[in-house]
Design a protein around this ligand. Structure first.
Ligand code: ADP
Ligand code: ASP
Ligand code: MG
Length: 418
């Protein structure tokens, strides 16, 4: 008998019928002789609704109060799921982040988990309970409620699995596993039976929102066997995510994803002298603004332009910082491009294979898609393109790298907004 952590996302607990469906999946695992801890998200689009509600009250909601508000979504679903499990004749107890002792840093809206207390979880399991834990939330050592960032319930589940030394952490969602890209964009895309933590982490970071990036980071760090599987097809084992050293075969490209949450900032006519980039990026870093892609190019008149991308959420803060620095670096102009998307290919197998980047650029060129910026890392190549080209770029890249399948994936949601 082992401990299994299961996580069910918003679509899986969207209404009472679906909550009973989840209760059945949980009981099934209990009947297999396991201790079960279930982590759930807020019902359906509750978190989006709560964010809209706050914005209708004020355009600048306080981040502490925002966490107080958003954490209520998960508190509703844990209570309802515990009731559903009890109605089937099983012992269950719901717990919020504070009751468990999911301790986070003292930062609102994107706090990291620093510790998980296991004493109460152990006690409730020993008493024969199925434990239903609120995802996405934690508490600081001062008792302040925090949230982990959008999609953060995945991270709650994996962190609990690591702390409890669970046998498995199963992330149940509305698709049948990890596909080479979002099946809402390419319905005939291949599903992976197995993918490495390293590839999944890169894919999650570049926009494959099937898993929260920090959940994969945590699973990799603590070697938690992780699966993504369907809430609606419980017999399917979905996709297993394991260490790269255990993988025998890599494709050059395991997946494609797009991220349209960034904006590009261009500074032109900068003097070509030492220290300019250090000043600019130093000032941004000091204001806690992360920069992703960077290009510096030398113009023929001996001046530089520097283009870089930041999260759209950080645009106002970045512009304020740059305007403060503008005179010290003698920048002539600051231009902003909001209609961009970063399209990336990821694969551990690209390490030893030359020509993958060239194939990517050619596939985009054949569709007449202009590349605005490029960045590469060991197992990833990203191209910045116009936002309205993102889906076409993804389709072209899936075709180019042999990621299509003869089967059509079942999807529940609408096409993502890019
Ligand atoms: P949950 O509410 O269960 O957390 P999410 O919406 O966060 O669900 O994640 C599941 C969705 O992720 C799927 O509906 C799918 O459209 C999308 N998705 C994006 N990229 C991928 C991918 N590579 N593989 C599978 N699903 C993906
Ligand atoms: N409810 C939160 C969100 O919508 C957390 C999650 O679903 O993982 O982002
Ligand atoms: Mg999610």
């Amino acid at each position: 008998m082992g401990i299994i952590v299961q996580k069910f996302g918003g679509t899986s607990v969207a209404d009472p019928q679906k909550i009973h469906n989840v209760a059945n999946a949980v009981i099934r695992e209990k009947e297999n002789g396991n201790d079960v801890i279930v982590v759930v998200s807020a019902m359906g689009h509750t978190t989006d609704y709560l964010i809209k509600l706050a914005k209708d009250v004020t355009l600048t909601p306080d981040s502490r109060e925002m966490d107080m508000l958003l954490s209520t979504g998960e508190q509703v679903s844990i209570a309802l799921l515990a009731m559903a499990i009890q109605s089937h004749g099983y012992k269950a107890i719901s717990m919020n982040g504070q009751q468990v002792g999911i301790i986070t840093e003292n930062i609102h809206s994107k706090a990291r988990i620093v510790d998980i207390k296991t004493d109460k979880l152990q006690k409730h399991l020993k008493e024969g309970n199925i434990i239903v834990v609120a995802g996405f939330q934690g508490v600081t050592t001062d008792g302040e409620i925090t949230t982990l960032g959008r999609g953060g319930s995945d991270t709650s589940a994996v962190a609990i699995a690591a702390a409890m030394k669970a046998d498995r952490c199963d992330i149940y969602t509305d698709v049948e596993g990890v596909y080479a890209t979002d099946p809402r964009i390419v319905p005939n895309v291949q599903r992976a039976e197995v993918i490495s933590y390293e590839e999944m982490l890169e894919l999650a970071r570049v926009g494959a929102n099937v898993l929260h990036p920090r959940s994969v980071e945590t699973a990799k760090q603590f070697n938690v066997p992780l699966r993504v599987r369907s809430s609606f097809k419980l017999d399917n084992m979905g996709t297993l995510i394991i260490g790269v050293e255990k993988m025998e075969i890599y494709k050059p490209v395991a997946g494609v994803a797009a991220d349209s949450s960034q904006v590009r900032i261009l500074l032109s006519n900068l003097p070509d002298i030492p220290g300019t980039a250090a000043k600019l990026f130093g000032a941004l870093a000091k204001n806690n603004i992360s920069v992703d892609m960077i290009i510096q190019s030398l113009a023929s008149n001996g001046t530089n332009s520097i283009a870089f991308t930041v999260d759209a959420e950080d645009l106002d803060a970045a512009l304020k910082t740059l305007n403060d620095e503008k005179s010290s670096v003698r920048a002539a102009e600051i231009l902003i491009d909001k209609d961009i998307a970063k399209v990336s290919i990821v694969g551990a197998g690209m390490v030893d294979r030359p020509g993958i980047a060239a194939d990517m650029f050619r596939a985009l060129a054949e569709k007449n898609i202009n590349i605005k910026m490029i960045s590469t890392s060991e197992i990833k190549i990203s191209c910045l393109v116009d936002k309205n080209n993102a889906n076409e770029a993804i389709k072209a890249l899936c075709k180019e790298f042999g990621l299509e399948s003869t089967e059509i994936a079942e999807v529940k949601g609408d096409l993502p907004n890019v």
